[in-house]
Write a protein that binds this ligand. Structure first.
Ligand SMILES: [Zn+2]
Length: 286
């Protein structure tokens, strides 16, 4: 059964999921807000500014909230933190929004979390893992001793995560996935959609999918010679609805910038209409 907006379930002992009322093209059934603990509680990803959703979080927790954690500061994840903190005195934790626009600049953590930091609520301990890629300030939270990982938008069920430069980075994204393969992660509680039961198989699948797309970028560049991103997106994403090409362009740029960092492609200028081509093989990098 797919999730529906407003749905409330227990997904693990002491972990409940409340779906925010913001279903949509980019958010699936809506943002998942997680309530961890049996009172007091930690709230992970309070969701968008929506008085009804905030009211329901207060009702489900009896207002006993120690801390509100954000995975990142996109507008569907963190904006309700302020209202919850105001209503309950909870601490707000996460990383502040980066300067690049379209983020929740109002998000004001009283505790800035860094990789490895722990947050304790009752018998539950959450450990922050810095996982840049989808967003530079992205944190996942591992519920220690259970293998359950709250992944925000680093991994989501039912769709591919958007990696959009300059804040998004494909190189960082793949490094963050490789890092999760070394952690004792067994189950995923994503920011959108249902839990994913075999975390490590999912990570392997996602890495393979990204590398397959990267290989297609290289293959299409080889055919095209020299090409701008507007033309390249049509051939690299010929398996995708053309209405999604404007979004896909962000991901394509992320692939190209990673390939540039890897020394495999070059461009003739730093602007949006740059012409891209493969690095000349007779002049290999490094
Ligand atoms: Zn996001």
């Amino acid at each position: 059964m797919p999730l529906t907006s407003g749905q409330y379930d227990e997904i693990a002992p002491g972990v409940r999921r409340l779906v925010a009322r913001n279903p949509g093209f980019m958010t699936g059934p809506g943002t998942n807000t997680y309530l961890v603990g049996n009172g007091p509680y930690v709230v992970i990803d309070p969701g968008p500014e929506d008085a009804v959703h905030v009211e329901r979080i207060l009702e489900k927790t009896g207002g006993r909230i120690d801390a509100v954690l954000a995975t990142h500061t996109h507008p569907d994840h963190s904006p309700a933190a302020g209202a919850l903190a105001q209503a309950t005195g909870a601490k707000v934790m996460g990383k502040p929004a980066p300067v690049h626009g379209r983020q929740d600049a109002e998000f004001a953590p009283s505790n800035v979390l860094n990789d490895g930091d722990r947050v304790t609520v009752g018998e539950h301990v959450l450990r922050a893992l810095h996982t840049p890629g989808h967003a530079s300030n992205h944190l996942c939270y591992l519920l220690e001793g259970t293998g359950l990982l709250f992944t925000g938008d680093h991994l989501m069920q039912g769709s591919t995560v958007v990696i959009s430069p300059p804040d998004g980075s494909m190189g960082d994204y793949l490094r963050s996935l490789a890092r999760l393969q070394k952690e004792s992660v067994s189950r995923i509680a994503p920011g959108h959609g249902l839990t994913i039961e075999d975390a490590q198989a999912e990570i392997v699948r996602i890495v393979a999918h990204r590398l397959q797309r990267e290989a297609k970028v290289v293959e299409r560049l080889e055919r095209a010679g020299t090409v701008n991103i507007d033309t390249l997106v049509v051939s690299v994403y010929d398996d995708v609805d053309p209405r999604l090409h404007p979004v896909a362009k962000g991901s394509l740029l992320a692939h190209l910038l990673k390939l540039e960092q890897d020394g495999r492609v070059v461009r003739d200028s730093p602007d949006a209409n740059a012409l891209w081509s493969l690095q000349n093989l007779s002049n290999p990098p490094r």
